[in-house]
Ligand binder design. Sequence first.
Ligand code: FDA
Length: 366
Amino acid sequence: MYDYLIVGAGLFGNVWAHEATKRGKKCLVVDRRNHIGGNTYCENVEGINVHYYGAHIFHTNDKDIWDYVNSFVEFNRYTNSPVANYYGELYNLPFNMNTFYQMWKVRTPEEAKAKIQEQIEAANIKEPKNLEEQAISLVGTDIYEKLIKSYTEKQWGRKCIDLPAFIIKRLPVRFTFDNNYFNDRYQGIPIGGYNKLNEALLEGIDVRLGVDYFKNRAELDASAKQIVYTGQLDEYFDFKLGYLEYRSLRFEHQTLDTPNHQGNAVVNYTDGETAFTRIIEHKHFEFGTQDKTVITHEYPQEWTPGQEPYYPVNDDKNDKLLREYRKLVDAETNVIFGGRLAEYRYYDMHQVIGSALAKVRKHFGE
Ligand code: FDA
C-alpha cells in the first residue's frame, strides 16, 4: 500500500513525490504520457535536448528555489535574449536601447524617451478601451505596429482592438543596452536538460508511465492512502459542470543539416503574414556544438476538448466556472490538487516548485 498516489509526473508531482519520500512516505507516480517531466520534458535528437512542449527557461528571484533546483542538477548561464523578426527586419527584445537604435537610429536614452513620448502624445489616448490603445499609450505606434500587434493577434487568435486593455498592464521598456529578457536574479537551463532534474527528483520512487488515471481509477485509488492530483481539474470531475477553456499550441519539430540555423534560441515572428509566432533553435539553450540542429515552429491554436491544454483562459466565464469546480474540490477529502492543470492557473516552473513545496509543508504540518 502506497501512502500517496501521484497523478502526473510534471514538476508539481515530482517535487511532491521527492519531498514525501524524504519524509519516509511511499509514493507511486503515474503519468498518461510515456515520459516523466510533464511539459518540461526534453527529447534527445542528434545529441540536442529538444524542449518538446515549448521553450523552457528557468528564472527566479527566489534564492531558496534556485538552490533547491541546483541541488539536483547544475544550471548553465543561459540568458534569454529573444530577437524579433518583422518582415526581415531584426530587433532585440525586450524593448531596450538596442531596439530603439534599430527602430529609429536614436543613440541616447533621452532621444529614445523623446521619440516614444512624441508618439504617445500624437496618439492622444486618454482612456484605453482595448489592447491596441493600451499598448500605444504605453510605447507609441512604431513599437506597437512592428513588435506587438500581429504577434499578439496570432497568440490570441483575435484582433488587438477586440482584446481587453487589461491583458497588457505594463510593457517593460528599458533605457539601457540590455537584451536580457528577464529581470530575475537567477536564470539558466539545467546542464543536460530538464530530464536530469526530473530524474533526480524521482530517484528511487516507483513510476508507471503510459497509465491514465481515469482508465485505471479503481485499481489506482485502492493502491494508496491519499491522492495528489495534477491533471485537469474539470476532467477529475468528469467535466460535469462544463469545460474549462485553454489556448493551445502546435509544435513542428524539424532536424536541419546545418550547425547553426538562426544564431539564437528564440526568434519571434512579429508580422501578420507568417502563421507561426516563434522559431526555437534548441541547441542554443545549452551552447551546443553538434553538426546538426533542431528547430521548432510554434503555431498558436484554438483549443477544443481533447487537445493538449497549454494556457488557461482566465476570463470572466472561465473564472466563474473555476469557482464552481473549486467548491467540488473543497468537498473532496482525500485528494490534494496541485499544479497548473489542477489549479487551472498559469505557473512558471519556479512558481510551481514553490507551490508544491509550500503545499508539502502545510500538509505535513511544518
Ligand atoms: P505539467 O503539465 O508539466 O504536468 C502534469 C502531468 O500530468 C503531465 O505530464 C500529464 O501528462 C499528467 N496527467 C494529466 N492528466 C493525467 C491523467 N489522467 N493520468 C495520468 N497523468 C496525467 N515556465 C518557466 O518557468 N519558463 C518557461 O520558459 C516556460 N515556458 C513554457 C512554455 C509553454 C509553451 C508552456 C505551456 C509552459 C511554459 N512554462 C514555462 C510553464 C511550465 O511548463 C509549468 O510551470 C510546469 O510544466 C508546470 O508543471 P505541472 O506539474 O503543474 O504540470
